[in-house]
Design a protein around this ligand. Structure first.
Ligand code: NI
Length: 136
């Protein structure tokens, strides 16, 4: 029996959606207000879900304390109150859309979770807009 263990994290961050190879007009047509050169912010919510068997020695699928610490180190500390485009290495040349932020978070956390466990990331950019990414 596999069990899914989830923990929520939160960060506030600024971003701008922009393609440097496009004209101002093309950026505005594609990204609208999100291409504002002065940036704008979101209150992001992230759900990290880890799925796998229960370890009979501990009764845990994954230690929640460890999951909390990983989210803090890999997401909250590097992203909270940051300008994602300017201050987070992965977005120097990557548009910080919800999709791309979700994949960056997935990659950071995947590297910290045992490979035998499945990982799924859900990222809320607004209470109504969210994206998901998970192991293939
Ligand atoms: Ni936005």
């Amino acid at each position: 029996m596999n069990v899914t263990v989830s923990r929520k994290g939160h960060f506030n961050a600024a971003h701008r959606l922009h393609n440097v190879n496009w004209s101002k007009e093309q950026n505005e047509i594609t990204f609208g207000k999100c291409s504002n050169p002065y940036y704008h912010g979101h209150n992001y919510e992230v759900i990290v879900a880890v799925k796998g068997p229960i370890n009979p020695m501990t009764g845990y699928t994954v230690d929640m304390k460890l999951l909390k610490e990983i989210i803090k180190q890999e997401v909250e500390e590097p992203f909270d109150h940051k300008n994602l485009n300017e201050q987070v290495e992965e977005f120097k040349n990557l548009n910080p859309t919800a999709e791309n932020i979700c994949v960056v978070i997935y990659n950071r956390i995947r590297a910290r979770i045992e490979s035998s466990l499945k990982l799924k990331i859900t990222l809320y950019e607004t209470p109504r807009n969210f994206v998901e990414c998970e192991d293939e």
